[in-house]
Design a binder for this molecule. Structure first.
Ligand SMILES: Nc1ncnc2c1ncn2[C@@H]1O[C@H](COP(=O)(O)OP(=O)(O)O)[C@@H](O)[C@H]1O
Ligand SMILES: [Mg+2]
Length: 337
């Protein structure tokens, strides 16, 4: 659902459909009206003095509220909404030259997007996220199982097909890690909430490498820790069949393990990456240049064998990174060992 649509709905209706919204306002000690006020009117009626306590103004409150809804919606997909494939109908590059082919991506496969910075990797992910219908800068059209998605469904967001792990996580509320995960688990209506919370937490700590607890406030997490938490959250809770990942490598998480967790038979994973280890771990890679898909490479058996060499180099590099980080000097003996 678009932000404008949500803003024009009645608060009482929104809260009934999305009980988690109450948590959002309770955290700021704001009482939600039961009358006919729209969300926009309601947000604008909150006195500025009350907002400044949370370093917010009316615009940033609206942005945060919409962001929060978007984050929570990732978890609302009903499991029966399964798909088999998506088609990226050819658009054009930045100069308007047509892309050579339509590309069909199947559920169960891992696809890497490679190409220089500025070449259009994030654009392609965004095209999929919004189910582009020739209405984005690339002119691409996304088909679900061969058909254009119903326009109403596309705008209503009822059918949450896509879970996106974005480059920067921004936590809109200051909850503890435990409360944050509980809120997501509750909104997904899973039966075994406490088990899920433990599972997500254990996974996040494993991915992050640096320990944190269920009592840690989410705003106190490092970049790597918050990324790890979101990955664990999506891996354990989200039922969306399409997972989009934008440049996971600099996030300070165990990126191969993260990929392993996210890859499931019933999911399609698309990731933009500059990391050879991740690119070769994919089944195929789309080569992006000047805004267009220029080639599609299937990972060869030889490339698969290269992965084990890369793992050795990677282990060495991360060992060196740790030594540097902890204030040590490096020596040549490190390369020989
Ligand atoms: N096919 C296209 N036509 C027009 N503009 C495009 C196209 N693909 C990408 N762009 C624009 O080029 C810029 C860089 O693209 P981006 O996806 O951020 O690159 P990357 O993620 O590879 O660094 C963005 O402003 C994006 O909207
Ligand atoms: Mg990008």
């Amino acid at each position: 659902m678009t932000g404008t649509t949500i803003l024009n709905q009645k608060v009482s209706f929104l809260v009934k459909e999305r009980p988690y919204l109450l948590d959002f306002f309770t955290a700021m000690a704001i009482t939600v009206p039961r009358n006919q006020t729209t969300l926009k009117e309601f947000l604008q009626s909150i006195p500025s003095s009350q907002l400044s306590e949370f370093s917010l103004n009316h615009q940033s409150l609206i942005d945060q509220c919409l962001d929060f809804i978007k984050q929570m919606e990732i978890f609302r997909l009903q499991p029966q909404q399964s798909i088999t494939e998506i088609t990226l109908k050819a658009g054009h590059d930045k100069n308007g030259n047509p892309e050579p082919n339509n590309v069909v991506l199947k559920v169960g496969e891992v696809v890497a997007l490679v190409g220089p910075t500025g070449s259009g990797k994030s654009r392609l992910l965004a095209d999929i996220e919004c189910l582009a219908q020739k209405d984005t800068p690339s002119g691409r059209q996304v088909l679900i199982d061969g058909e254009a998605p119903d326009e109403k469904k596309r705008l209503s967001g009822d059918q949450q097909l896509v879970a996106q792990l974005s480059q920067n996580m921004n936590f809109v509320m200051d909850l503890t890690v435990g409360a944050f995960v509980r809120m997501h688990a509750e909104s997904r209506l899973v039966p075994d909430i406490d088990f899920r919370i433990d599972q997500i937490f254990a996974t996040a700590v494993e991915l992050a490498g640096e320990p944190f607890t269920l009592e840690t406030p989410v705003t106190a997490l490092s970049g790597g820790q918050s990324r790890a938490l979101m990955i664990a959250d999506v891996a354990c809770l989200s039922a969306s069949p399409i997972v989009l990942i934008d440049e996971i490598e600099n996030a300070g998480v165990d990126r191969r393990r993260a990929l392993e967790l996210l890859v499931k038979e019933e999911k399609m994973v698309l990731m933009a990456t500059h990391d050879p280890l991740l690119a070769l771990s994919a089944d195929r890679r789309l080569v992006i240049g000047n805004g267009g898909i220029q080639a599609i490479l299937t990972t060869s058996p030889e490339e698969r064998r290269v992965i084990s060499e890369l793992l050795v180099i990677d282990k060495k590099l991360s060992g060196m990174r740790d030594l540097i980080r902890t204030g040590n000097r490096l020596s040549f003996s490190y390369f020989l060992g």
